[in-house]
Design a protein around this ligand. Structure first.
Ligand code: ATP
Length: 579
């Protein structure tokens, strides 16, 4: 981690923001190479999770009013457990301290009181100064950043702690674009904000970060994922059962894992398959990844099955260090039904039956000419209560009078004034609340893992080098173009070549400073897969050397074929050893 952080800062992948002002922990800036890598991860995500799946993408605001987060449950429940050190006053995430200083995993699912007990029982100490934390209170700390919307306003808002709510709140409109037909998916890539208690590990836990989320809306009785397309994908699965039995993750095909366990949900299984293949493609080492199933206690009550993608980002010879890259959860109807309950909108879709059905429908037509004079302003509420009652309990209308409750008072209405009737109607379908599957990915942790898994040190001609073995598709720079020396027209030819390659959309860096070996090293450590050298032979026969980063092998390629060759290498249509 230290070596990578040093490389990231020196070569412009990422660094702490505003160190001239002392820096505030939890805020990072992506430098030129990092910003490009992040953008490439986002494009690869968009291509795989939105375009290829046929889903639409939206871009919602990052600030939303309090009411949204009241409905989503974030206002009341988006808390982490905070403990403050009495000696150095540092704040810590109490569950992380327990995980770090005991054998307990996933302490997040414990209550504040339970964690207080564990701090005492295990003699947990402050990681900053070593003071004991045994008697310290553990509190719930809400992670949302609060703001005021408008000048002098009492209209409270929050920075979104996840991109998902932007999709859920506007479901009624998004449903229209999907022509009300399930299943449909809506994707979003964007910033999320969490006032983390103790940000750490560079871009792994920050206070402003980037998520890529897909919300897939479906009818559980009708819609099935295309499991066949991922059935043969071998995913490293760490089931809840294996965790309890102190077992290990094991590679299983998605087909078998969905058919006979441990994956309990077809849609979740489908996305675990898509994620596995996608991680492999973008350069994450599947031998250092596991999909960990949530234990029942850890799962939110509405989440029916949930798997986290986790990556080991430890260095060579160190104990594994797992970080969460993504969560893939079946959220049921939780989000849509909460927004429906907090608004006047319907968060449902019309689901057509295979065959129309004839059903009995009860209705009321209260006699307002009688109710109005007797109950005055309460009459409308009584009529609404009668309507609700007819829908839920026809038997209530069997007697001489019907009892309804209005403003905490029971009112008896003569049944003949209710206009109660039951008729047979033919229905084509019904309004249903779609279920949701959510693959929620952290872009920054994905970038970090790609870098950790690509990082390598080896020796070339007796000289040590640092090399990032990034897949060509992901490398911030595809090709370095060098003149052997900047004289005799070599520099000019190399500059022209760089301009020509840029003109066809390839990412190229030009470098003529220092010995050629040093120029190669500079590119190796930022993961540039190919380097081209223009030499004296180039002037004679129109060829240049192309050097492969990983093997350091070199071949001569005609300048005319370069653009097409490099594009094919980048797309994976051609391998270097085929040149
Ligand atoms: P953690 O347990 O690590 O705090 P989480 O379970 O709260 O993460 P989710 O709410 O599932 O995270 O968010 C989805 C993804 O967003 C995570 O898998 C992670 O990749 C990313 N993420 C969450 N919090 C942060 C953060 N503070 N910094 C960077 N990425 C984050």
């Amino acid at each position: 981690m230290k070596a990578l952080a040093e490389l990231a800062k020196r070569r412009g992948f990422f660094f702490q923001t505003g160190s001239a002002y002392g820096g505030v922990s939890g805020f990072y800036t992506y430098g030129p190479h990092g910003a490009t890598l992040k953008a490439t991860v986002e494009s690869a995500w968009r291509e795989r999770w939105a375009t290829r799946e046929g889903h639409d993408e939206i871009d919602a605001p990052t600030i939303m009013p309090e009411a949204v987060f009241e409905a989503s449950g974030h206002l009341d429940g988006f808390d982490d457990l905070l403990v403050e050190c009495p000696a150095c006053e540092q704040s810590h995430r109490a569950d992380h301290l327990v995980e770090g200083q005991t054998d307990i995993a996933e302490a997040e699912s414990y209550t504040a009181k339970e964690i207080e007990g564990l701090l005492a029982e295990h003699g947990i100490t402050c990681p900053s100064c070593g003071a004991p934390l045994a008697e310290e209170p553990v509190e719930q700390f809400n992670l949302m950043f609060e703001t005021a919307i408008g000048p002098g306003s009492t209209n409270r808002g929050y920075l979104r702690p996840e991109t998902a709510q932007g999709i859920f709140v506007d479901f009624p409109r998004l449903r229209e674009y999907a022509r009300g037909e399930l299943p449909f998916g809506v994707a979003q890539i964007g910033r999320a904000y969490r006032n983390e208690i103790s940000p750490r590990n560079a871009i792994v836990r920050t206070r402003e970060f980037n998520q890529a989320e897909l919300e897939l809306f479906f009818d559980p009785d009708e819609d099935e994922p295309d499991l066949e397309s991922v059935a043969d994908v071998e995913a490293p699965l760490f089931s809840a059962e294996a965790q309890t039995a102190d077992g290990e993750p094991s590679f299983q095909t998605i087909g078998a894992a969905v058919e006979s366990g441990p994956i309990a949900d077809d849609w979740v299984g489908y996305y675990v398959g898509v994620a596995t293949a996608w991680y492999d493609r973008i350069g994450i080492d599947l031998d250092r990844v596991r999909f960990r199933q949530h234990q029942a206690a850890e799962r939110a009550h509405y989440a029916r099955d949930c798997w986290d993608a986790e990556a080991d980002v430890s260095g060579p010879g160190q104990d594994p260090e797992w970080i969460e890259l993504a969560g893939i959860a079946n959220r049921g109807t939780y989000d849509l039904s909460h927004h429906e309950a907090h608004t006047d909108e319907r968060y449902r879709v019309f689901s057509e039956y295979d065959e129309p059905r004839t059903v009995e429908r009860a209705s009321v037509e209260p006699d307002m000419a009688a109710l109005g004079p007797e109950y005055g302003s309460q009459a409308a509420d009584i009529a609404a209560a009668l309507e609700d009652l007819a829908e839920t309990d026809q038997r209530a209308f069997e007697g001489e009078t019907v009892a309804v409750e209005v403003d905490g008072e029971t009112v008896e209405i003569p049944t003949e004034q209710t206009g109660f009737a039951v008729e047979e109607v033919t229905e084509r379908g019904e309004q249903i609340t779609p279920h949701v599957i959510e693959p929620s990915m952290g872009i920054d942790r994905t970038v970090y893992t790609i870098l950790v898994h690509a990082y390598d040190e080896d020796e070339i001609d007796g000289e040590e080098r640092t090399v990032l073995r990034l897949p060509p598709e992901m490398a911030p720079t595809l090709v370095g173009v060098f003149p052997l020396m900047d004289k005799d027209g070599l520099g000019e030819q190399a500059r022209n070549l760089a301009a020509d390659l840029r003109a066809v959309g390839l990412s190229v860096t030009y470098d003529d400073s220092g010995a050629i070996g040093r120029r190669y090293r500079r590119q190796d450590e930022i993961g540039t897969p190919y380097c081209i050298t223009v030499d004296y032979e180039s002037l004679d026969d129109g060829t240049v050397t192309v050097r492969d980063r990983d093997t350091t092998d070199q071949v001569r390629v005609g300048i005319d074929e370069l653009a097409a060759t490099l594009a094919a290498l980048q797309d994976g249509e051609l391998a270097f050893d085929q040149l």
